[in-house]
Ligand binder design. Structure first.
Ligand SMILES: NC(=O)c1ccc[n+]([C@@H]2O[C@H](COP(=O)([O-])OP(=O)(O)OC[C@H]3O[C@@H](n4cnc5c(N)ncnc54)[C@H](OP(=O)(O)O)[C@@H]3O)[C@@H](O)[C@H]2O)c1
Length: 323
């Protein structure tokens, strides 16, 4: 129930965290989240663990809703806060997180690469990718992890095994780096990076060749991209489509052939222009929800050292997005 006591407890929790920016207050799901709060054990101390998501724009990100449900289902009195943090405030925000003793956090667009300079240590995967989406506090140390790529590959493998496949990845940002490296480790035959800013794309190609040991090449994204005939898997790992179901990804639609698997990382809305167009062309499609849930499961385990109920998390995401 969203009782007055529940509201009072929540505001106390927010005060403890010193946070005044929880965008979720404007969200229609806020009261459902209060419901999960009231289902959790008593909140009468400052010992609750707090984790967060920092990004910009971050409104509409379903991770808080998914994690709060998972904490409640596991009987954990933990809080997950969604925080709108501008690029120029990232350093102060991480210092604040450290000062307030947060257990960890997720970092999303545009912070996945920039956050590294504020951390003490990186996992091997994060080091190799040069991108962090998940931070864990171990004692006084903030340790950067990367769970995006593994989450994506787990989800992709439900549809197709990337081993020996030719893959095109659109984008070279944090998500693309994680996905491309894991595709290399999963023994893809070749990973082609297509990016608007060629320098950033070339950096990723070099990383794939040297550290993930996979054949890779760059295509600078200047006009509508023609997907090569020999491509097996096309992944949109750009932010195109985020928050806009009709945002067009500049590709030559006629080059989407029916043997392609087309995957999109966009979560909200999960049905993007690219996926609708690809389905119309007879391609097999994969939305970003599986990746979101899988990386969330890995993050939950890192922070809490307990196994979450993945089906609760999937249901929460679907409820949040009304799909
Ligand atoms: N499903 C999930 O679990 C999951 C996990 C992680 C991320 N994501 C989503 O993945 C997306 C990317 O996140 P990120 O952290 O990788 O962001 P990022 O580091 O800022 O990278 C953004 C990428 O998108 C490209 N891009 C942006 N606008 C473009 C445009 N108009 N035309 C062509 N390319 C454009 C950028 O190209 P330039 O290099 O040229 O700027 C860059 O390659 C976000 O929407 C995020 O929500 C989903």
């Amino acid at each position: 129930m969203s009782t007055p006591e529940g509201v009072e407890r929540l505001s106390r929790c927010i005060t403890i965290a010193g946070i005044s920016q929880c965008r979720l207050f404007n969200d229609p799901h806020y009261f459902s989240i209060l419901l999960s709060f009231s289902e959790v054990a008593v909140l009468d101390s400052a010992t609750q663990e707090i984790v967060c998501c920092m990004g910009q724009p971050v409104a509409g990100n379903p991770t808080q809703f998914m994690m709060e449900r998972a904490f409640a289902a596991a009987g954990l009195d933990w809080r997950y806060l969604t925080l709108e943090v501008a690029a120029e405030n990232l350093g102060n925000a991480v210092r604040g997180m450290r000062a307030m003793g947060f257990k960890g956090g997720n970092f999303t667009l545009p912070h996945k690469v920039a956050v590294i300079e504020y951390l003490d240590k990186l996992s091997d995967a994060a080091e190799m990718m040069g991108a962090v989406n998940c931070v864990n506090r171990d004692g006084d140390l903030l340790i950067g992890e990367n769970t995006d790529g593994k989450g994506f590959i787990q989800s992709l493998c439900d549809v197709v095994d990337p081993a020996d496949k030719n893959v095109v990845v659109l984008g070279a940002g944090g998500a693309a780096r994680a996905i491309a490296v894991e595709l290399g480790l999963a023994k893809a035959a070749e990973v082609t990076i297509v990016n608007r800013t060629p320098e950033r794309g070339q950096e990723l190609v070099d990383l794939l060749k040297t550290k993930a040991n996979v054949a890779s090449k760059l295509t600078a994204w200047e006009a509508d991209y023609t997907v090569p005939e020999e491509t097996d898997i096309l992944v949109n790992a750009t932010s195109l489509g985020m928050g806009d179901p009709d945002e067009i990804v500049p590709i030559e639609v006629d080059s989407l052939h029916a043997r392609l698997v087309v995957a999109d990382v966009i979560v909200n809305p999960p049905e993007t222009w690219l996926l609708r167009t690809a389905a119309d062309r007879g391609c097999q499609i994969l939305d970003g929800l599986g990746m979101l849930v899988n990386q969330g499961v890995i993050g939950f385990k890192i922070w809490t050292e307990t196994e979450p109920d993945a089906s609760v998390m999937r249901e929460a995401v679907e409820e949040f997005l009304e799909v």
